[in-house]
Design a protein around this ligand. Structure first.
Ligand code: DX5
Ligand code: ZN
Length: 212
């Protein structure tokens, strides 16, 4: 079994003290920092852009795991790469050609992730599996933190694990109760927003989700 990593999503952090929040979760045992980028088109919410990635880059040594919930990701890969992202994940549902997006992310020497929304079948990304480092399986409709975990999506994790040996990330509504199910099905990177930043004691929260 792969080691389980936890990637707190800063979407649920207090943005008035974002740098400190990131230092606090690093100290508390976070493995990656998950950055949710939303454009108000691909999803009905707007969050942050490359300028924020750039300003948090010097604050932490942890990998910045950038989840692009945006249309035309190809247009923005360069700025997110140059801002200091380590992993860039795009959505399979966008209209651009995935192979072109992957090539561009590789050109900037970043790790590549591809994500699928709850209603998207894993068949859609099968041809891409050889080309990516990670698949992100969404367990909520992308757009907002604090939604309820859709447990029926974990069947996709299980099916994917049979054919994909690299990183499988699960994102949306993860907490200490459902994390074991996601891990058992084959996820090895857990994104958690509310279940970390919504708690008083981040270290305790991370420990509980990791179940250690
Ligand atoms: C949803 C985002 C998630 C979300 C996670 O669109 O991609 O990363 O912020 O937050 P929780 O853990 O609160 O569902
Ligand atoms: Zn996310």
């Amino acid at each position: 079994m792969q080691k389980v990593l936890i990637a707190p999503s800063i979407l649920s952090a207090d943005f008035s003290k974002l740098g400190q929040e990131i230092k606090d979760v690093e100290e508390a045992g976070a493995d990656w920092i998950h950055v949710d980028v939303m454009d108000g088109h691909f999803v009905p919410n707007i969050t942050i852009g490359p300028v924020v990635v750039k300003s948090i880059r010097p604050v932490t040594r942890l990998p910045l795991d950038v989840h692009l919930m945006i249309d035309n990701p190809e247009r923005y890969v360069e700025s997110f790469a140059k801002a200091g992202s380590d992993i860039i994940t795009f959505h399979a549902e966008v209209e651009e050609r995935p192979t072109e997006i992957i090539k561009l992310i590789r050109y900037f020497k970043k790790k590549v992730g591809v994500s699928i929304k709850p209603k998207t079948d894993i068949r859609m990304i099968e041809p891409l599996l050889k080309m990516v480092d990670m698949v992100l399986v969404m367990t909520v409709e992308p757009g907002f933190g604090g939604q309820e975990f859709m447990s029926d999506c974990t069947a996709k994790i299980e099916a994917l694990r049979k054919i994909f040996k690299k990183d499988i990330q699960v994102d949306g509504g993860i907490n200490e109760m459902n994390a074991p199910e996601a891990i058992e099905k084959g996820a090895n990177i857990l994104v958690a927003g509310t279940a970390v930043f919504g708690q008083k004691d981040y270290a305790q929260a991370i420990k509980k989700i990791k179940n250690v």
